[in-house]
Ligand binder design. Structure first.
Ligand SMILES: O=C(O)CCC(=O)C(=O)O
Ligand SMILES: [Fe+2]
Length: 303
């Protein structure tokens, strides 16, 4: 990040960014301005939350039909296999969308303050990195940064307990994020996140103070497929808990989700349809209610 903002290094670093987004769709950001203390404090609060008794955690349990709160993602049937992951999912920004009934209050002490600071820090990073991603694509950096400045930020804290037979379970199964971009911080040094590259699962090794950035499906559409939202999953460790904190970053609700005009011309046709923000989220949630038909969500967006 320090190199992206430094005029002396910017051009070369934008090329590195372009290659990372094009060849991997995922990279680690270091040299950023977010304080270590804010990130570590959120990590501690998240671990303390998962350490509470089941009864205490259930005070913040998801309600039927809603993803927010403590529980499991996308449980649609009694027969489905569950993921080896405990999570709490909270909408954090804009602040008026917060549903405080799901925000742990007395315990862990100062959880809410830590999440408030953390989510604003992640927003700051997202606003600047999408600007650089826009520049790497030859797009208007201000327009994209502005869209994410008015955007929404949902935070998911994951706890992956150890499993004596880790090869028989999955923490989070393979998926691409539907966000614009996603920012992940690992609360320790246990690798778990894996990204699919040329048919192989590759571990993302945690870097202290690094922020893992991955391209979400919205940015895939905006880039007209130059950047792809990578498939990734979380594996489980045999002996140790792993904790991660994931921030899904979305543009503002007025942002049209479609290939950027500058990237569409007679040589390169638009590969994706155009959607309003509401149409996009609606079509995703409609699909989660269906039985899995094997068609990836991103394919339903293509022309
Ligand atoms: O915890 C991880 O490593 C991955 C989490 C993730 O992909 C998600 O929450 O969407
Ligand atoms: Fe993900």
């Amino acid at each position: 990040m320090a190199k992206l903002v430094d005029p002396q290094f910017q051009e070369i670093e934008l090329r590195n960014l372009h290659l990372a987004c094009k060849n991997w769709g995922i990279f680690q950001l270091v040299g950023h301005e977010v304080s270590d203390e804010s990130v570590k404090s959120m990590h501690r609060k998240s671990q303390e939350f998962f350490d509470l008794s089941p009864e205490e955690k259930k005070l913040y349990a998801q309600k039927p039909g809603s993803l927010e709160g403590y529980g499991q993602a996308f449980v649609i049937s009694e027969d489905q296999k569950l993921e080896w992951c405990d999570m709490i999912f909270l909408k954090a920004i804009p602040t008026h969308t917060r549903k405080l009934e799901f925000w742990p209050e007395k315990q862990p002490h100062n959880f809410r303050e830590a999440l408030d600071t953390y989510s604003h820090d992640m927003k700051k990073i997202a606003v600047s990195i999408v600007g650089f991603i826009a520049m790497a694509l030859g797009l208007d950096a201000k327009k994209l940064s502005k869209a994410f400045d008015g955007g929404s930020y949902d935070v998911r804290m994951n706890c992956y307990p150890p499993c004596p037979e880790p090869e028989r379970v999955i923490g989070i199964s393979s998926h691409a994020d539907i966000s614009g971009i996603t920012l992940l911080t690992d609360c320790g040094d246990i690798p778990g996140l894996q990204v699919l590259k040329n048919g192989q699962w590759v571990f993302v090794e945690p870097i202290t103070c690094g922020i893992v950035v991955n391209i979400g499906i919205i940015m895939e559409v905006v880039s007209n497929g130059i950047y792809k939202a990578p498939y990734h999953r979380a594996s489980v460790n045999r002996e140790k808990d792993r904790f991660s904190i994931v921030t899904f970053c979305y543009p503002d609700k007025k942002f049209e989700i479609k290939p950027a005009e500058q990237l569409v011309n007679s040589d390169s046709m638009a590969l994706y349809k155009s959607f309003t923000y509401d149409e996009y989220t609606q079509s995703f949630y409609e699909r989660t209610k269906l039985n899995d038909d094997g068609v990836p969500f991103v394919d339903t967006l293509k022309i």
